[in-house]
Write a protein that binds this ligand. Structure first.
Ligand code: PNS
Length: 163
């Protein structure tokens, strides 16, 4: 079976990679889809988010990283994805993920598998990573080294640009 792990990945964290690795154990192929949530403002461009994931997944056979434009369920139909895999950290995630899973199922009948995040990464989010890093905190424990470097250079550049 072919699974899709969609997300914003702004930036990818060890929490995301844990879900991708566990999806690899359950499914033959995993497509990681860099999508857009229209309510969010992103630090990284879609190309940068995809590049970070390609690098992070280079040693993960069976994983393909793509960009997602438009509706997730349309992409799943085009690419023959059988199931959507998402991580669940806490109750707040559940409410949002349930809503999306029910909508996606209503649209095309696709199923969603919600994997509980490993306890170690349960309080991790890309939003917190961006917040801490932008205030000068060290986030190297939570993201791959190349991602850490990119976060720091991007934040420094944005500060120089005054944005
Ligand atoms: O990491 P995020 O921000 O929770 O990821 C959300 C994402 C990108 C997976 C979601 O917004 C999505 O599926 N976007 C694609 C557009 C779409 O199909 N929206 C309707 C979802 S019911």
């Amino acid at each position: 079976m072919r699974a899709i792990c969609p997300g914003s990945f702004d930036p990818v964290t060890y929490g995301h990679l844990d879900i991708i690795d566990r999806a690899r154990l359950l499914f033959d192929e995993v497509i990681v889809a860099v999508g857009r949530n229209s309510t969010k403002k992103y630090l990284f461009t879609p190309d940068e988010r995809q590049e970070m994931l390609i690098d992070a997944c280079a040693a993960r056979p069976g994983v393909t990283v793509v960009q997602l434009d438009g509706l997730l369920v349309d992409f799943c139909r085009e690419q023959g994805c059988d199931v959507i895999v998402k991580g669940l950290r806490f109750a707040g995630d559940f409410e949002f993920e349930l809503q999306m899973a029910q909508m996606n199922h209503a649209l095309t009948g696709i199923e969603t598998v919600l994997l509980p995040t490993a306890a170690r990464w349960a309080s991790l989010s890309s939003t917190i990573i961006r917040e801490v890093a932008s205030l000068g905190g060290d986030v190297s424990e939570f993201v791959p080294a190349a991602v850490n470097t990119l976060i720091n250079t991007t934040i420094a550049r944005r500060k120089e640009e005054g944005s």
